[in-house]
Design a protein around this ligand. Sequence first.
Ligand code: NAD
Length: 267
Amino acid sequence: MHAGNLEKAIKLVRGARKVTVFTGAGISAESGIPTFRDTGGLWQEFPPERFAHWQGLLKEAWHHPELVARFVLGVIEPVARAVPNPAHHAITRLQQRITTTVITQNIDGLHQEAGTQDVREIHGSLFKLIDRSGTLVRTLHRADLQALAQHLQGMLHDNVTLLKLLASFRNVLGVDFKGIVRPNIVLFHDAMAEPDWQRAQQDAQWCELMIVVGTSAQVYPAAMIPHQAHQRGCPIIEINPVTGEFGGIFLKGKASEILPQVVQKAR
Ligand code: NAD
């Protein structure tokens, strides 16, 4: 990492009164939740054009229920086991000192589990089950996802059918997934999760500093948020092991190593 950039970032955090942290899948990578686009990510085995929208998923479930069982397992199993890592905890510490909001594209609930408040989950949450009208039906716990993952794993040893797949959702989670109840997650073609999306856009106008952590910036409209902040002259710090995308001060490296350093040194 460029030492000059680290110093600049520390200075910016020290001077800021209103901070927004914008996070993507990379912040949870070190909690054991793989990103989707990196090598070995879920999209390599399950192409997004088939699996990342409800219509495609239903079609796949009809024709290839075993594939869908493996896809669901691929999504929920790492989340079921995950705990917050030092990057999530560093944001909580930052929030204890400076007014801070968090906009996350993640559906894994790890910011809240680390004790962070004012988290905008713009792509929804794997833990919230909603009905057709969008009303919250049930909030799941990590243990529920663990039970479902275990059940699906057992099922994969057998012949997976659509009926068995639906029965496993009903029996383990106590809900009917036949288009009636579903997790409140935003897939391709879906509207962004509200009221969080509205609040995220307000944050982009409100913050004096935006810290962008672990996002490829390829998912829109989410990626508009750092661009909006940048365009109105808000300084941006970007933490990523590969590259920065928003023209900010780039800190190359892993979120769990860099973010705690920045927060600690800015005290
Ligand atoms: P992405 O998969 O497109 O990109 C991940 C980014 O994280 C990459 O730029 C990568 O270089 C970076 N990264 C990898 N390891 C890192 C680390 N240790 N520290 C910091 N950065 C690291 O992810 P995205 O941009 O968030 O978009 C993918 C979509 O998939 C999002 O909508 C997100 O909701 C969803 N998703 C969520 C989770 C989750 O909830 N944990 C996991 C995977 C994907």
